[in-house]
Design a protein around this ligand. Structure first.
Ligand SMILES: Nc1ncnc2c1ncn2[C@@H]1O[C@H](COP(=O)(O)OP(=O)(O)OP(=O)(O)O)[C@@H](O)[C@H]1O
Ligand SMILES: [Mg+2]
Length: 148
């Protein structure tokens, strides 16, 4: 199933993240796909807030992975941008997949595709102009609750 949404500001993209974040139950995997600066980390900031966490979201580009504590689960945020190979970070990710105590968010996940589950939700962010983005959410039917 897919849903397309136009975003005209980073606040819009954060709001979509917050909406999805509020609907998370634990165990979901969300892959974020865009060119550099598309708004993947901005979306994640909204998602973490929506899930009820007050933890500060920053790009995990240098640390590769970060965790944020929400009341009902932990959000593990991975960014494979700087990695030449998925290696032990992918092992770390694989261990968390399907654990209902975690929600996984992945940026630049191309090299980690083998450890991402087939029933992940993928959010494509297309840059259209300075502040405009076309966001496409592609999700398995069983995760329709994320957008309600
Ligand atoms: N509609 C929009 N949605 C999201 N971000 C926007 C939008 N308009 C402008 N921006 C700006 O674009 C930038 C997006 O940066 P962000 O770090 O979220 O992107 P990213 O996809 O995570 O980048 P990277 O590929 O480097 O990880 C921010 O500076 C944000 O303010
Ligand atoms: Mg980022």
């Amino acid at each position: 199933m897919t849903l397309q949404i136009r975003s005209t500001s980073s606040a819009d993209t954060e709001s979509l993240g917050a909406k999805i974040g509020a609907n998370l139950r634990g165990g979901e995997v969300i892959e974020l796909v865009s060119d550099l600066g598309g708004g993947k980390t901005t979306f994640t900031r909204g998602l973490v807030r929506g899930a009820g966490s007050t933890d500060k979201v920053a790009s995990p580009t240098f640390t590769i992975s970060k965790e944020y504590q929400a009341p009902r689960f932990t959000i593990a945020h991975f960014d494979f941008y700087r990695l030449g190979e998925a290696g032990i970070v992918a092992d770390e990710l694989a261990e968390l997949v399907a654990d209902p105590a975690y929600v996984i968010v992945v940026e630049w996940g191309d090299i980690a595709q083998d450890v991402l589950p087939p029933d992940k939700t993928t959010i494509y962010i297309q840059l259209q102009a300075e502040d405009q983005r076309l966001i496409t959410v592609s999700y398995p039917a069983k995760f329709a609750y994320l957008l309600q």
